[in-house]
Write a protein that binds this ligand. Structure first.
Ligand code: NAI
Ligand code: MG
Length: 503
């Protein structure tokens, strides 16, 4: 791994122009300052320096945004729009995201720290695709007719059917690991169902969603349908979760805050969906094709610097190939080039923030204190920016924080297992989380048998981190409630109405 380069990498003219002026809140179709007039800095994690300023929205602004979303939901062009036109509008948003893909990727890289090429190929491409995919559901979501023989009105005939209706005003709170993609995952299904939205973006990474706000306006989205609040979790986020006129809250982030969201939602019993943490097992059986399994296990943890809720952070390797796999994954880790996201040669950028950087370093220290050993990495980078080396830990056991808790950094614990048996299943499921799992084997029967027994919302076999707009994604156990993406996510934004007519 080379040292972090000294050169300053700059963004293109469009992104430079976007960050040059303080960014405001989007409320009722207008860009406005926070009621308090306050702003806060956006930090480049590769340098620790301020790159922009954004409005610090809080409760007063959330109130205004909810009012605008309510008005847009009940009256005006949005509820009057045909499903076909709604679909076309969503499709246009996807098209415009691709038109501005380079600018969006640069903003994402600058703000979050991820390599610009990854932001372009993954974050921006998948975000646009989410709008394209969801645009089709606008015209395809339909109710059913149901046979009804009401027992206490014998002989009377009824015609009964269901109507899938939008749940109403939706509050959405998103994290910083995939800022644009999380906005797209949340906004596109809510909009295709005809909901209106107040989106609270992560304070660490507000830029790309604000640019998306402009893009949605350019696509012709009516005022008030999407309102965007930049601000902090404890103020703006908490106000949104507790708001009595919000019908549904969708949250992605820590399990700890997920619990607060549930509590806040109890006042008006708004609907809640949650996509929370993970500690996903990635299991390599002795018969696996190690030429794909080893780089696959490395990318399962190191993609997005380990800042993935589904990261393959507990690597279970069958005893007889343990040393070979640990050595292989460690070699992969050592090859990864750290640097600023805007450097085209960078393979792994900094962690998103100083707080996240100290959190991950704290996990490493606790791991070493408790007896874990680093075969690769294990250190932070001295100097500017929030860089942590891709790390492979061995001699780690359940009961240690590095094995039990979500680190959300480029740190994998490799642990041997004796063979494919019940004990392996028990170990893999020995976590409060249940988001994802990986299995590497050439044995089709073992692969499917194991897939059925893992308590996880997603199982990848001989691959990892494979995402598509059509695939439902979400967690068992404390990884959350409900699913994102696919047809499944539409449930989150639907009220189903049963209508019965006497014939
Ligand atoms: P967080 O859960 O605090 O932040 C996520 C979002 O929730 C942000 O928009 C934040 O402003 C908002 N928020 C925070 N407190 C809130 C509150 N009381 N009410 C309403 N909204 C609130 O996550 P944080 O602090 O950024 O990261 C901590 C850990 O959470 C990470 O180390 C990681 O383990 C986990 N995490 C999981 C993510 C996932 O994709 N499942 C994403 C981000 C973090
Ligand atoms: Mg937090």
């Amino acid at each position: 791994m080379s040292a972090v380069p000294k050169e300053v990498f700059t963004v293109g003219a469009a992104a430079a122009k976007f960050i040059a002026k303080p960014r405001q809140l989007l409320i009722d179709g207008k860009w406005t300052n926070a009621e308090s007039g306050k702003t806060f800095p956006v930090i480049n994690p590769a340098t620790g320096e301020q790159i922009a300023r954004v409005a610090e929205g809080d409760k007063a602004d959330v109130d205004k945004a909810v009012k605008a979303a309510r008005k847009a939901f009940e009256t005006g062009p949005w509820p009057a729009m045909s499903r076909s036109d709604r679909g076309k509008l969503l499709h246009r948003i996807g098209d415009l995201m691709l038109k501005y893909a380079d600018e969006l990727a640069e903003l994402e890289s600058l703000d979050n720290g991820k390599p610009v090429a990854v932001a372009r190929a993954a974050d921006v491409a998948l975000s646009a695709d989410m709008f394209h995919y969801m645009s089709g559901w606008a015209t395809k979501r339909h109710g059913v007719t149901l046979p009804v023989d009401c027992l206490y009105t014998p002989g009377v005939q009824y015609h009964s059917y269901t109507r899938p209706e939008p749940v109403g005003v939706v509050g959405q709170i998103i994290p910083w690991n995939f800022p644009l993609l999380m906005a797209a995952w949340k906004l596109a299904p809510a909009l295709t169902m005809g909901c209106t939205v107040v989106l609270k973006v992560a304070e660490e990474t507000p830029l790309s969603a604000l640019r998306l706000g402009e893009i949605m306006q350019e696509a012709g989205l009516p005022a008030g349908v999407v309102n965007i609040i930049t601000g902090f979790g404890e103020t703006a986020g908490a106000a949104l979760a507790a708001h009595p006129d919000v019908d549904k809250i969708a949250f992605t982030g820590s399990t700890e805050v997920g619990r607060l969201i549930v509590k806040a939602a109890t006042n008006n019993l708004k609907k809640v969906s949650l996509e929370l943490g993970g500690k996903s097992p990635n299991i390599i059986l002795a018969d696996a094709d190690l030429e794909t399994a080893i780089p696959g296990a490395a990318s399962a943890i190191f993609f997005n610097h380990g800042q993935c809720c589904c990261a393959g952070s507990r690597l279970y390797v069958e005893q007889k190939i343990f040393d070979q796999v640990v050595e292989g994954v460690s070699e992969e880790a050592k090859k990864i080039k750290l640097g600023p996201g805007l450097d085209p040669s960078t393979q792994m950028g900094p962690l998103v923030s100083e707080i996240q950087f100290s959190r991950v370093c704290g996990f490493l220290e606790s791991g070493f204190r408790e007896g874990a050993k680093a075969i690769a990495g294990g250190k932070k980078r001295e100097g500017k920016g929030f860089f942590v080396e891709p790390t492979v830990l061995v001699d780690a056991k359940p009961g240690m924080k590095v094995v039990d808790e979500e680190i959300f950094g480029p740190v994998v614990t490799a642990m041997p297992f004796r063979q494919f048996d019940d004990e392996l299943v028990r170990q893999a499921n020995n976590t409060i989380y249940g988001l994802a799992a990986g299995i590497w084997t050439r044995d089709v029967s073992k692969a499917h048998a194991l897939a059925a027994r893992l308590k996880a919302g997603t199982v990848w076999i001989n691959c990892f981190n494979i995402f598509d707009a059509s695939l439902p994604f979400g967690g068992y156990k404390q990884s959350g409630w409900g699913r994102e993406m696919g047809e499944a996510v539409l449930e989150n934004y639907t009220e189903s109405k049963a209508v019965t007519v006497r014939i």
